[in-house]
Write a protein that binds this ligand. Structure first.
Ligand SMILES: Cc1ncc(COP(=O)(O)O)c(C=O)c1O
Length: 399
């Protein structure tokens, strides 16, 4: 039976990682993989995580199962982190949270929930969106469509085109939004634009499905959750998928949460019962370790402060690299305005060069990025920004 299966082409990002590892040039620069890196090029374990991990392990006296919905202390701490402690949806008892295996697990759980509620739902995703959104959401059987989002001419959001499409969606369409640090473009909705979207979602009965994978890495933990907090206080139903991979540096521990806001407490209880059933039918129980660490950090004043400082340091480093990259690109290639890199947020930007130029950067200059010219800003280092900008200028220079 299994002999009938065709061999699939390798995932492009994994191919890029392998090519980078095999490259022996000392100048090589990896801007491909979406993990945070420090100035030494490492993806370190945060100090707060190390300390919390020690406390968790010292206290732990069993490896018995926790629960299909995960660690209740983690779920509540995540609710406070994402919504803010006094959020009306929380105080009204209209939010239900389930711990998930990473942001990906949360996205899939939410998609399965939507499918259980309304099997013919269509999820509308931004053009472009994070490549993995497509299999994660459509794998549940939901149909996907696209709405215009990124404007390559400005490096920002083409808000009028976005509104123009969303205005025409049938009622009860699902719209996937990135809370902040849009992956892959770095182009975020402003607070004014979130406010402008709100009446549209209300009047057309659209269900927002908000993905937050970078809380704290854009402007700040509160600012990055602005859209979530606004929509969840004003709309009857919202679905929110959260990842702790980047801001806690817990990638391989698979830590995330799904938060669902409903109109009534009874609906919220029904939703949670469905989520537990879905979790049981896919993986039964989420992995505990990362969630136990996040719970420890968020509920311990000292650790929480330390974590806040560490997230702020990551954010400032990214913002500094964005500034420096713009300066260096201006120095070596003044003909083109790369100023958009500084106004964008989070780890990613589109450089806006052709596939041929991307390939040339890799083959001649050992600078690695995905074919769409998405760069992970955190992959740059102070010592190689100049090299990077020079290489970009060389492939852009007319021959
Ligand atoms: C936009 C977006 N959503 C969700 C995720 C989920 O990540 P994870 O499943 O590793 O927590 C990522 C990770 O890269 C992401 O970029």
């Amino acid at each position: 039976m299994l002999e009938r299966l065709d061999r699939l082409p390798p995932d492009p990002i994994l191919g890029l990682m392998a090519a980078f590892r095999a490259d022996t040039d000392p100048h090589k620069v990896d801007l491909g993989v979406g993990v945070y890196r420090d100035d030494l090029g490492d993806t370190p374990i945060l100090k707060a995580v190390r300390q919390a991990e020690q406390a968790v392990l010292a206290r732990q006296n069993t490896k018995s199962y926790v629960a299909a919905a995960g660690n209740p202390g983690f779920n509540q701490a995540m609710e406070r982190l994402v919504f803010g402690a006094d959020h009306p949806a929380l105080t009204d008892g209209r939010v239900r949270t389930i711990q998930a295996p990473g942001g990906c697990g949360a996205l899939r759980l939410g998609a399965e929930l939507i499918r259980a509620a309304s099997p013919d739902s269509v999820v509308h995703v931004s053009t472009p969106t994070w490549a993995n959104h497509i299999p994660l959401l459509s794998g549940s059987g939901l149909k996907l469509e696209r709405y215009p989002y990124f404007d390559p001419a400005t490096g920002g959001v083409n808000f009028s085109a976005m509104m123009g499409t969303l205005e025409k969606l049938p009622a009860r369409s699902v719209v996937l939004l990135h809370a902040s640090c849009h992956n892959p473009t770095g182009a975020d909705l402003s607070e004014a634009q979130w406010r402008e979207l709100l009446p549209l979602f209300k009047s057309r009965n659209l269900l927002p499905y908000i993905d937050m994978a970078y809380q704290g890495l854009g402007i700040g933990a509160v600012e990055d959750a602005f859209g979530i907090r606004l929509f969840c206080s004003e709309l009857p139903e919202v679905t929110v998928a959260v990842s702790c991979s980047k801001n806690f540096g817990l990638y391989r521990e698979r830590t995330g949460s799904l938060h669902v806001v409903t109109q009534t407490k009874a609906a919220a209880d029904a939703v949670l019962s469905q989520l537990v059933r879905i979790a049981r039918s896919i993986y039964s129980m989420p992995p505990d370790h990362g969630a136990a660490i996040v719970h420890e950090i968020l509920d311990n004043k000292g650790l929480r402060e330390l974590w806040g400082d560490e997230v702020a340091a990551m954010r400032k480093r990214i913002q500094g690299l964005r500034r420096d990259a713009v300066q260096q690109l201006k120095k070596f290639h003044p003909q083109r305005d790369f100023g958009f890199i500084e106004t964008q947020r989070g780890m990613f930007s589109y450089l806006g060069i052709t596939v041929e130029q991307v390939r040339e950067l890799q083959s001649r200059h050992h600078v690695y990025m995905t074919d769409d010219s998405r760069i992970n800003i955190a992959g740059l280092r102070r010592e190689n920004i100049e090299y990077f900008a020079q290489a970009v200028a060389k492939v852009l220079a007319p021959r």
